[in-house]
Design a protein around this ligand. Structure first.
Ligand code: G1P
Length: 278
């Protein structure tokens, strides 16, 4: 029912320098696929086949990745090497891709607002591809959220419990428990200082947003780190209507950090790549 998914991919990836000096961090390979392809496959799996990227300068290779490469196709046609193209060919067959540039880095909320004309007046998913989510043998995280949306028809954020000393890295929610793993959001703080977090339930990079978020974002003042924060806009939605927080089933790897990236690589090698190779 939700057909659109937004991918903010304008960030610099400074933690991976020098690898990201002339290459977008989203194109770093986790085993044999660029990080962003995992996120796009997740969106498509959830029925969100209309994929919109918020890009920036130096990110052209993302657009090239989600397009045909005629020369390569010609070169490998009829050889065993075509098998290597199976996953990306499937993505290209199933998805439609749009791109717009965020000219200034003013935060995640600003990036999402930049996507307004690609999204229009529709509910939509947001995937931060730095967070690689897997749920082997079960529904993908975005598919789980899309299912919940059918029931609640309001914005939904994915959450997980994190250790107290990690909460300062995340948007953190407080809410009323509706049932196991599901909360109605009452408070939300972006990257709270130690001791000021309302809970240890951290938002990870999966959102479903209702389109009224755009008007809210337009008037949201810069918050934490001087950036327009989606967390602040969502808090307004929660106060005036409803936002749900959902403890997803599956595993999430923080590929925005070197440690998390290596963990994801090891996991995907053992549990996805090796299986695919038979
Ligand atoms: C963003 C959000 C934050 C969320 C996090 C999840 O922060 O602002 O609320 O917890 O993604 O990865 P970033 O990691 O981009 O600084």
């Amino acid at each position: 029912m939700i057909s659109k998914c937004l991918f903010p991919v304008a960030g610099y990836g400074t933690r991976f320098l020098p690898a990201t000096k002339s290459m977008p961090k989203e194109m770093l390979p986790v085993v044999n696929k660029p990080l962003v392809q995992y996120g796009v496959e997740e969106a498509i799996d959830a029925g969100m086949t209309d994929i919109s990227f918020i890009t920036g300068r130096g990110k052209r290779s993302i657009a090239d990745h989600f397009d045909i490469s005629y020369e390569l196709e010609h070169q490998i046609k009829g050889t065993g090497k075509e098998d290597y193209m199976t996953s990306i060919r499937r993505v290209l067959d199933d998805g439609v891709f749009s791109f717009t540039r965020q000219r200034e880095m003013k935060g995640l909320g600003h990036a999402i607002l930049t996507g307004e004309n690609m999204i229009g007046d529709n509910p939509f998913g947001v995937i931060l591809s730095d967070d690689l989510c897997v749920n082997e043998g079960g529904e993908s995280v975005m598919a789980q959220m899309a299912e919940l949306y059918k029931q609640f028809r309001c914005s939904i954020v994915a959450i997980m419990e994190v250790p107290e000393d990690q909460v300062h890295k995340y948007g953190v929610i407080a809410g009323t428990s509706m049932k196991e793993g599901l909360y109605r959001v009452e408070d939300m703080v972006e990257k709270p200082a130690q001791g000021e977090a309302p809970s240890n339930l951290a938002i990870i990079g999966r959102y479903i947003l209702t389109p009224d978020i755009f008007d809210i974002l337009r008037r949201t003042e810069p918050g934490k780190n001087g950036e327009i924060q989606i967390t602040d806009a969502l808090l307004e939605q929660a106060k005036n209507g409803c936002v749900m927080a959902y403890k997803f089933e599956g595993q999430r790897f923080d590929c925005g950090s070197v440690d998390g990236f290596v963990e994801a690589t090891n996991y995907c090698y053992e549990n996805i790549y090796k299986k695919e190779q038979g």
